[in-house]
Design a protein. Structure first.
Lengths: 110, 111
């Protein structure tokens, strides 16, 4: 069964900093990997999807990378803003099944 | 565009009572459908997924069940709720091996 670990569990940074969130998974036989954000008491919002054949995917200030063979993905957030405060979750897809880690709780201090 | 609905938004039920949560998707056909539970301070746990009408796969043995009576309708049920069933229940859909989209969730409190 796929095990997903996200480090750090919590992160607090001043506004404007660049930051990296890490995701590792045990089963490298994935079709894709998706990054989400979750605001308190809300559902998940999709941020980026990286196909297994891709190494990077970018959307605005977000850049996600994928090293499938080593079971790792990173989410890079540039010039962080208070509105980025949320929990960030990664989810590798092993074929109709997405597995989630416990996420990284990000707080951006104005 | 595609939309996913869940109801109710919140629910308070006594131990031993039945449960029925509904999820519907609009704007797509033959989606893969998923039920997740998120307990307080814990990650998302995949409960059930379905690739078609009447096709349900269970990830975790428990007192919950799921059904897919129509292509875009997914129902989570229980005959008798336990205290441990409290949590945030999320429905999601995807099409093929592409992005997964989540509904707004149902907050269930079992008392």
């Amino acid at each position: 069964k796929q095990e997903v670990t996200q480090i750090p569990a919590a992160l607090s940074v001043p506004e404007g900093e660049n930051l990296v969130l890490n995701c590792s998974f045990t089963d490298s036989a994935i079709y894709n990997l998706q990054w989400f954000r979750q605001d308190p008491g809300k559902g998940l919002t999709s941020l980026l999807l990286i196909q297994s054949s891709q190494r990077e995917q970018t959307s605005g200030r977000l850049n996600a990378s994928l090293d499938k063979s080593s079971g790792r993905s990173t989410l890079y957030i540039a010039a962080s803003q208070p509105g980025d405060s949320a929990t960030y979750l990664c989810a590798p897809d092993t074929g109709n099944q997405f597995y989630f880690g416990t996420g990284t709780s990000l707080t951006v201090i104005p | 565009s595609q939309t996913i609905h869940q109801w109710p938004a919140t629910l308070v039920q006594p131990v031993g009572s039945p449960l029925s949560l509904e999820c519907t998707v609009e704007g797509t056909s033959n989606p893969n459908l998923y039920w997740y539970r998120q307990a307080a301070g814990r990650g998302l746990q995949l409960l059930f997924y379905s690739v078609g009408i009447g096709q349900i796969s269970s990830e975790v043995p428990q007192n919950l069940s799921a059904s897919r009576p129509q292509d875009r309708q997914f129902i989570l049920s229980s005959k008798k709720l336990l205290l441990s069933d409290s949590g945030f229940y999320l429905c999601a859909w995807s099409w093929g091996n592409y992005e997964q989209y989540f509904g707004p969730g149902t907050r269930l409190t079992v008392t």
